[in-house]
Design a protein. Structure first.
Ligand SMILES: O=P(O)(O)OC[C@H]1O[C@H](OP(=O)(O)OP(=O)(O)O)[C@H](O)[C@@H]1O
Ligand code: HPA
Ligand SMILES: [Mg+2]
Length: 155
């Protein structure tokens, strides 16, 4: 976490930084990550869901909470727990891009590298992940296992 925090700190030498956590999955990662970033920042959240109880994406990303914080002119760092099919990111990047941020960066704890066609690359990655369904440290299966203090595979 220190290395990722230092990388992010160095990447944003000036301007306002808004760290936007994508719930629910990012809640534990985000709380560790912001404590490893050593520059002023604000925190807000988006709530989106596409998996429900399944292990494959429904393809429909539902936005359940949209932040009221002004995004225009700020560096936005969107924080994801995991990038899998890339659909969630693709849809959110389009939506957030319309709000004229100064920059839009993506940070993910885990990246499965399935989505080779991602229009917006993930700039900050914690770990490359296997092509298995992972749970723990915020990640769920049917809302269970989020509390585990480690990441585990259900395969
Ligand atoms: O790259 P993708 O295939 O789009 O998958 C990644 C997204 O799917 C999961 O969210 P989910 O819909 O399970 O909601 P949750 O965060 O509330 O668990 C995960 O937290 C990511 O946000
Ligand atoms: O591997 C996963 N685990 C939990 N949630 C997910 N959402 C996309 N991929 C995953
Ligand atoms: Mg989920």
């Amino acid at each position: 976490m220190k290395a990722l925090g230092d990388e992010i700190t160095a990447a944003y030498p000036d301007g306002e930084l808004l760290v936007l956590g994508l719930l629910k999955g990012s809640f534990i990662f985000l709380s560790d990550l912001v404590r490893a970033i050593h520059r002023p920042l604000q925190v807000d959240f988006l709530v989106a869901s596409s998996y429900g109880d399944a292990m494959v994406s429904s393809g429909m990303v539902r936005l359940l909470y949209d932040p009221e914080t002004q995004l225009e002119g700020k560096h936005i760092l969107l924080v994801e727990d995991i990038v899998d099919s890339g659909r969630t990111l693709q849809q959110l990047v389009e939506l957030l891009g319309e709000r004229k941020p100064r920059s839009l960066g993506i940070c993910a704890l885990l990246h499965k590298h399935i989505a080779s066609h991602l229009k917006h690359p993930v700039r900050f990655v914690g770990f490359d992940a296997p092509h298995e369904f992972l749970v723990g440290y915020g990640l769920d299966h049917a809302e269970n296992f989020r509390h585990l203090p480690y990441v585990a595979s259900l395969q």
